[in-house]
Each structure stands twice: as C-alpha cells, then as structure tokens.
Design a protein around this ligand. Structure first.
Ligand SMILES: [Zn+2]
Length: 370
C-alpha cells in the first residue's frame, strides 16, 4: 500500500514540475532505483525533455547522475564509456558526524542539520573559496534530500583531475596526514602565524581568537572543547607571550615544548577540518542525486541552495500538500516538518497532512490506510 501511495504522489510531482537537466546531459550517466538507491545504471538521456518524459512515465524513487562526463555514457563495462572528465564533488552527511543524538541512525534532527550546515559552509567558504580559490559561480550546493549536502565544483581546473589529485584535495580538507613543521631551534623556533596561508594561518587565528576571548584556561577549554589542560594552563600562565607567539610566528615566545605545540595544533585541526565522506570525492564514476528529483527515503526534494545558512531542511524541500491522509503507526517516532511536530505511535491511527504522510511512508514509520 505504501509503495502505491508513494508512487502516485511522486508521479503527481513529476507531472507538474519540469526537472532541470544537468549541464551536458548527453555526456552523463544516470542511475535509478525503487527498492534501493540504484537498481539500475548506465542510462542516458539526450535532452531535458527525454529526462522529464522518463521521470513522468517510470517514476523512479531515486535518480542520480554522474559527476563524470563520458563520450558514451550508456556503454558498459565502465571503460567503454570513455571518461572525458568529472566535476569535483563532496558528500556531507550527518552520519559522518560524531554527534550524541539519541534518535536512530536513519533519522535526522535539528541538531544534526545545524552541525552539517556548519561543515558545509566551512567547506565552501574556508576551503573551496579561500584556500583553493574556486569562484562562487563555479560551485553548486545541493540538499541531498535526506541528511546532508552535496557540493559540486564544475570549474575547468578540476575537469581532468586524476583520482590521486582528488584524494589529495580531500586529504587537505579533512586534515588527513597534517604535520606540524617549524624552523629554527632553541630561542628562535618559527611556526605559522596569523595571516599565514592555508592550515597554518587558520589554526593560528583560531588559537589567537580563543585565547584572547577567554579569561582563563577553564573558559578556553569550555569554549573550544579542547581538553589539553596542561598545555592550556601553560598558555594562560603567560597569556601575552602566547598571543605574541601566534601573531609573530615566533613560537618559542610561548612557554610550550615542541610536543605541547604539536598536540595543540593537531587538536585544533581536528576541530576545524570538514567531516565528509572521503570516498565520494575520489570516486570518478560516482552518481549524485539529481537536483529537482525526489528522495525515496524521505519524499523531500533534492534542491540547489543559494544560501546554506538560511536553508531550512525541515521546510524548504517539502513539495507536497496539506490534504489529510489516514495512517497507522508502525513504530513510535517523532519528527518535525514545516514547523509542526508529529508524533507517531505504534498501532495508533493518525491523520497526517499529505506532506507528512509521504515522509512517514518513505521512512516506513506508518502504513497508509486507503
Ligand atoms: Zn540528531
């Protein structure tokens, strides 16, 4: 019953909207799914019309397209497609975060979304724009339709990057293998300072800011979550010298050993890195959710986002109406959509507005009664 209901609602959606084709659609491979995210792949569509005709007639529950461009996107096996290039893509999902939420893994709450939004804007602003210099109009942020975001960079600069190069980029962003380098010894040990490029400057700035704005070591630990109390109390014993070390790059001005510095720097890096799915970026044949399409696990639309900070993942991607739908709960669960809280109870009848019924049916929280 749920499958039929979801199918009908998805068909209604695809018959009233025109999904925009990705750029160079004729060079992209598509994958679709009903039970799984991808049941079949190696599909191609020559035009936006053909793509929309397919969506209206086949009504897939999931549809994704390749970050890659191919000469023959529908050829198989993969080498016969003749790879031409790929967008650079990043996948941010709440399941990659280390959060202490008590809801099940496949659900998402405001706290999860807030944290993944912070990660996403850090990726875009601090790394892709600031460190790599990609222009805003060469990037697209897409809500995945469920628990996170996809970031696509479609600059000529990234088009033919090798897998190794993509892996290096993701290593940099996730601070994988980050090493502390310093020059000199004894009284003149030099390290990165505020204003240095890349990771060094970023870490120095955050340390300076956190030290300046904390009255004592205890406050610093509370604000930053960095629990290296011995090192931190050394810093606050001589706060002015520590700040000078960070602004001048003469690390030996602070009363810290090299081990203290190393530990502190790596700990700050752990706080500032972006938590993302490392494999997605390195996978040259990855299929990514098509913006404008529905996510079969939620019934929410995967949509391009102009301003990630003002995006509301519990309202903005809702595309269904308010008409009442009778359902019976399959488990006890709460969720919030369009500013309303819904509480499902196992084996209890509940009338839901259509948009919440679609969501609950996709999440398998209810049975639709018809
Ligand atoms: Zn959560």
């Amino acid at each position: 019953m749920n499958q039929d209901f979801i199918y009908r609602k998805f068909r209604d959606y695809y018959s009233r909207v025109e999904v925009k084709a990705p750029s160079q659609i004729e060079q992209r491979e598509f994958g679709v799914g009903k039970d799984k995210k991808i049941d079949s792949r190696h599909l191609m569509f020559k035009s936006q019309d053909k793509l929309n005709f397919y969506l209206r007639s086949a009504v897939p529950f999931y549809i994704s397209y390749s970050a890659a461009y191919y000469e023959f996107p529908d050829a198989r096996p993969m080498p016969n497609k003749h790879w031409l290039g790929s967008d650079l893509v990043f996948d941010l999902d709440t399941t990659d975060l280390d959060l202490s939420c008590d809801h099940p893994h496949d659900m998402v709450c405001k706290k999860c979304m807030r944290q993944i939004t912070i990660e996403c804007s850090r990726l875009v602003n601090q790394f892709l724009r600031k460190d790599f210099g990609f222009k805003k109009d060469k990037m697209r942020v897409v809500f995945s339709g469920n628990r996170g975001f996809h970031v696509h960079v479609f600059d000529d600069e990234v088009f033919d990057l090798s897998q190794e190069a993509r892996r290096e980029i993701v290593d940099y962003i996730t601070a994988e293998g980050l090493k502390v380098t310093r020059r000199g010894e004894g009284k003149q040990v030099l390290g990165p300072k505020v204003g240095s490029s890349g990771w060094g400057g970023r870490i120095a700035l955050v340390l300076q800011d956190s030290i300046e704005n904390s009255a004592n070591a205890k406050e610093f630990v509370r604000k930053t979550g960095i629990g290296m109390s011995r090192t931190i109390s050394k810093i606050f014993k001589n706060k002015q010298n520590s700040l000078e070390a960070l602004s001048t790059g003469v690390w030996s001005k602070a009363q810290l050993t090299e081990e203290n510095w190393d530990g502190l720097v790596l700990e700050v890096a752990r706080k500032l890195r972006v938590n993302l799915d490392r494999n997605v970026t390195a996978d040259m044949a990855r299929l990514m959710r098509l913006p404008g399409s529905l996510h079969g696990g939620t019934g929410l639309v995967a949509c391009e986002i102009k301003d990630v900070r003002s995006f509301d993942a519990f309202s903005d991607p809702v595309v269904f109406g308010d008409e009442t739908v009778a359902t019976i709960g399959k488990k006890d669960m709460q969720f919030t959509l369009k500013g309303k809280d819904f509480e499902i109870e196992k084996e209890h009848k509940i009338n839901l507005p259509e948009y919440a019924a679609v969501y609950a049916a996709c999440k398998d929280l209810v049975n639709i009664i018809e």
